[in-house]
Design a protein around this ligand. Sequence first.
Ligand code: CA
Length: 388
Amino acid sequence: MGNTSKDKQSMPLVILLLVAALVATLGFWAADRWDTEPAYSNNASIGGTGGEHFQWKMITTWPKNFPGLGFAAENFSRSVEEMSNGRLTVHVYGAGEIVPALGVFEAVSEGIVDAGHGAAYYWKGKVPASVFFTAVPFGLTAQETNGWLHYGGGLELWQEAYAPYNLVPMAGGSTGVQMAGWFNKEINSIADLRGLKMRIPGLAGEVFAAAGGTAVTIPGGELYTSMQTGVIDAVEWVGPYNDKSLGFHQVAKYYYYPGWHEPGSILEFVFNKDSLEALPKDLQAIVRFASRAANQDMLDEYTARNNAALQSLVDEHGVQLRRLPDDVLLALWHGAQVVMQELVGADPMAAKVYASYSDFYKGVRNYHHISEQAYLNARDKVFGDEDF
Ligand code: CA
């Protein structure tokens, strides 16, 4: 009786074991054949580090899929996923989805998310030196800033400035020379800036304030409404390609150049240091190279698209293009020197970065005087004004 009973109980166990073995075999076959992620997820014992998968969240100071500036985060995400064969995926969240636009620095610093994309000068209140890593009035161009960051010690200083916040920064795109901004009155002298409330962030905002205006920092997604409702009188954002997509030509008449305040703005990727260091070395390298590629890609896109947008603004939308008068530019330059000395006098890290930046500036300006600038001047000379 006992044996019979035992045999009857054993039968289902044998079947279960056989079924389990079959399921396991099919499972491994399927995982191998289709490279399904869950079977290997975060499992270093299968396939070594090559089998680990990581999922990151990246937040941005721009709305989701924002033209130009907003594409960098998406480019980065796509590159990382392709280069890592899906071992690192980066989900991009627009401004306001997890934290507000100007909450990016803190959220990445605190590890609420792994990464962010924005502009360093938004964090001027926390890190005064951050302005050097976006734009300095009358400072380096995009090409020059990239040279300083990647071959002139700039990136190391940027990393040093962000280290207390557990953040690792990398260059995240460049706009090239921006436009001076949109106004509803002509600027014929520095006195015309008095009393104007303008969206103009960073050091340039302080220069603008010194000239008698009021400078405010407002995220990109709120600018059109701010102009339309009269919260601000003037706005600078980027350049024709970006500005046209935001519709500023519907709320402002005059479009001024040159962008004295942002001659080559660099955007930033910021990474939570713990998230970055949790990655195997090869994925860390992929993050670095995907950032570098997205950085260059943005400049390429602006270079390719700005002129068509400018032509459309002028020819189809009746925008009045104006150049800031030389005496206004000179007054702003004087203001910028005062603001710069105040900044470096008040903050040792800013002074340290300024020393490096200004050394590089002197050298590159000297060479570009007889290379980039000399060539552009020569090109204009032979063509004259015939094409403008
Ligand atoms: Ca700008």
